[in-house]
Design a protein around this ligand. Structure first.
Ligand SMILES: Nc1ncnc2c1ncn2[C@@H]1O[C@H](COP(=O)(O)OP(=O)(O)O)[C@@H](O)[C@H]1O
Ligand SMILES: [Mg+2]
Length: 239
């Protein structure tokens, strides 16, 4: 059984035009999938639809064997927003990371254990009492991931996790994500980042899924990439 399954899904906002139509793909447990597409292609809209924030216009989404219904929150499916400041709101890092576990109604020792573990997985041990506004951009981004991990999700949706990170923070992010056993879908314009993390790529453009396959095959296809406003990453370009 697939962890996530989309069948003939239509996505759009209120009365606006369709963002994506006839979208179909499956994801397996622990699979890492990169989501590529030009600005406005619908990456963030797709994430919000899978995360049950935005209702589908057509088709079916099932996660973990259950139909996804907008408004019905599933802690096994965690979305990490592009802008960390949209997600962090508690006075200290530890409180922020603990929030999701506390919200699940878990006993205090379990909340504490999960928080300690999530902070460690995200390289944030020692910063527990820091006010979130004092964290660096990379730390904030990792704090958001820690805040998702406390819920022990089976699927993480990561929206542009490497955007605006310096090289060291970007490398930290690759190390952190590559060690997690969780299935994840990563939307990014950083194709080298995706190439390191995701064996599989979905390419969306002009309202549809244009390619779904092995990252190396898709990202090295110069004609396909050019057709959709992308460039073959330098590590795959032939000299
Ligand atoms: N919160 C929103 N309300 C209304 N329309 C939105 C919202 N978010 C995105 N859109 C629209 O959905 C389309 C796809 O945008 P988006 O999903 O943000 O693309 P991407 O993440 O690939 O850049 C765009 O036309 C955008 O204007
Ligand atoms: Mg986006």
């Amino acid at each position: 059984m697939s962890l996530l399954s989309l069948s003939d899904v239509g996505i759009g906002w209120q009365d606006g035009p369709p963002v994506l139509e006839h979208l179909g793909f499956d994801m397996a447990t622990s699979e890492r999938v990169g989501l590529v597409g030009p600005n406005g292609a619908g990456k963030s809209s797709l994430f919000q639809t899978i995360a049950a924030i935005l209702p589908t216009r057509a088709g079916q989404i099932s996660f973990d064997g259950t139909p996804v219904r907008a408004g019905r929150f599933n802690p096994k499916l965690a979305m990490v927003f592009q802008n960390a400041d949209d997600q962090l709101f508690c006075p200290t890092l530890a409180e922020d990371v603990a929030y999701g576990a506390r919200n699940l109604g878990l006993p205090a020792p379990e909340v504490a254990a999960r928080t300690t573990q999530a902070l460690a997985e995200c390289g944030l041990t020692g910063l527990e009492d820091q006010p979130v506004h004092k964290l660096s951009g990379g730390e904030k981004r990792r704090a958001c991931i820690a805040g998702a991990l406390v819920m022990r999700p089976a699927l993480l949706l990561l929206d542009e996790p490497s955007a605006a990170l310096d090289l060291r923070q970007r490398r930290n992010m690759i190390d952190l994500l590559s060690k997690l056993p969780t299935a994840m879908m990563i939307a990014s314009h950083d194709l080298e980042f995706l190439l390191e993390l995701c064996p599989r790529i979905l390419l969306i453009d002009q309202g549809r899924l244009c390619a779904d396959g092995a990252a190396h095959d898709i990202l090295s296809d110069a004609a396909l990439m050019a057709q959709h406003g992308q460039e073959v990453p330098a590590s795959l370009a032939r000299g």
